[in-house]
Each structure stands twice: as C-alpha cells, then as structure tokens.
Design a protein around this ligand. Structure first.
Ligand code: SF4
Length: 247
C-alpha cells in the first residue's frame, strides 16, 4: 500500500479523499504493465470514487466507460466525479425493449455523452446455433471498435456477480487488448449496490421487479427464482457463462 493512498474508502460513498493523495498520474508510464499493477495494488482497497478519480485523471479522454445498463450505479459513481465522460453502450440488437427504454431514461437523467455501438452484422439468430460466435459479433467486436485508440477502459464488473468474476481486480492490465482495465465496483456486494441505489434514488431497470437479477440479450436471459444464482438466467440451457468481453 502506497503512503497517502486512502486505505478503505467507504463502499458506495462519494469521493471524500483528496485526489492529490492518490498515486500521481505522472508517476505511471503509459501502457506499462508493471506500473499498472502497482496502481492496482495501491487502489485495491480504495473507494470506488477514488478509483474513478484516479482513472479519469490518469487517462482523460483515453478512458472509455462501458455500461451494460442493468443498473446505473457505475454511471452515477463516475458522473459524480467526471460528469462529461463518454459512456459506451453496446447495442447487440437483441436487447429487451425495457433495456433500451432504461438506457434512454438514464441518458436523459445524467445528460450522458452516450456512444452506442452496434454490430456490423444484421440480426441473424446465430444465438440459436452459435452463441459464442454471436457474442463475438455483437459484443466483442463492437467493444474492439469502442476501445480502438484508447488506453484504458472501465467496467461495472463485481466479484460477487459470479464465480468466474471472483478474482476481478480493481485495476489490472488487460493483456488481450493491451489496455488498462479499471473495475471500481469490483469489491461491491449485492447489498452495497442495493444500498447505493436506494441512497441516491437511482432509476431501476424495470425487469428487476420481474425476477431478472442479471439482464443481457432477450434470447439468452431468463428470470430466476429468488435465492438462486443471479446469473443462472444467463444462457440457461448452456454451459456458457460469459460473453467473451471479459475473458
Ligand atoms: S447474449 Fe445471446 S443474443 Fe446476445 S450476443 Fe450473446 S449469444 Fe447473441
């Protein structure tokens, strides 16, 4: 832990520590993996807002915030630090109509600089026979375009979301894309998210109340019974658990 870095910012709290106490952006070499890993260690226990403050100061417009719009917690946390930052939404063309309505509601609430990327292919129902290929076409490739020319990306990944995300770091080197990946909410539990939503009266995705704790494309998402694995409704009839964006 580097001296001067906030030890354990309150999860869900707004920025309370002076940005000046965070690792100096100038002290981190661009694209350097070792430096990135040091920053990850320094910020491993920092509050989400502090992580966002570091990333936005460090990377500026070279940082892309990606949002799945299952909720708007990450957007709210980022917006309180840097309201003009661009947010990317990947429109797979298979989203629930409720998701698209929610995207627009959130966009208006925050007056977001929202960039929507769509696949290069038309809807082809490849999800029926080749869901991995479908995800590559509709998520991974558009994400590649979203990240082109950038140096860092930010996601709302949380360790509590699934076993496959249990080791999600706050800051790490994304070797596959040669970018820094920042996950400010990595340490948040489901209760932390709920408390943040209530405290800040955030709009809630309408499918939450209908048994969808995890919301992706409609062909590959089902409601789950209360108490079940929240991601059990994703690709429910297959062994697939991730779309490939976070591999
Ligand atoms: S989640 Fe389903 S519909 Fe969406 S991109 Fe992946 S396979 Fe295609």
């Amino acid at each position: 832990m580097a001296a001067g870095v906030p030890r354990a910012g309150r999860i869900g709290g707004v920025l309370t520590a002076a940005t000046a106490t965070l690792p100096s952006p100038a002290g981190i070499a661009a694209g350097d993996r070792a430096e990135c890993e040091r920053a990850g260690a320094d910020l491993a226990h920092a509050g989400a807002s502090d992580v966002v403050a570091w990333a936005t100061a460090r990377f500026g417009h070279d940082l892309v915030v990606t949002a799945s719009f299952q909720d708007c917690v990450l957007i709210d946390v980022v917006w309180r630090v840097r309201p003009d930052i661009q947010v990317v939404f990947l429109d797979t063309q298979y989203h629930f109509s409720q998701t698209l309505a929610y995207v627009e509601r959130v966009r208006r609430r925050y007056d977001l600089d929202l960039r929507v990327l769509r696949p290069l292919a038309r809807p082809d129902e490849a999800w029926r026979t080749d869901p991995d290929g479908c995800c590559r076409t509709r998520k991974v490739e558009p994400l590649r375009r979203a990240l082109a020319g950038r140096r860092a990306w930010m996601t709302g990944l949380r360790r509590a979301q699934s076993p496959s995300r249990a080791d999600t770091p706050v800051v790490a080197w994304d070797a596959a894309r040669q970018l820094v990946k920042v996950n400010p909410l990595a340490g948040w539990g489901d209760g932390d998210v709920q408390r943040y939503v209530q405290r800040h009266r955030l709009p809630v995705h309408p499918l939450r109340a209908r048994g969808y704790p995890s919301i992706g494309c409609w062909p590959c998402t089902r409601a789950v019974d209360e108490g079940n694995d929240p991601r059990a409704g994703r690709w429910p009839d297959r062994s697939k658990t991730e779309c490939g964006m976070h591999a």
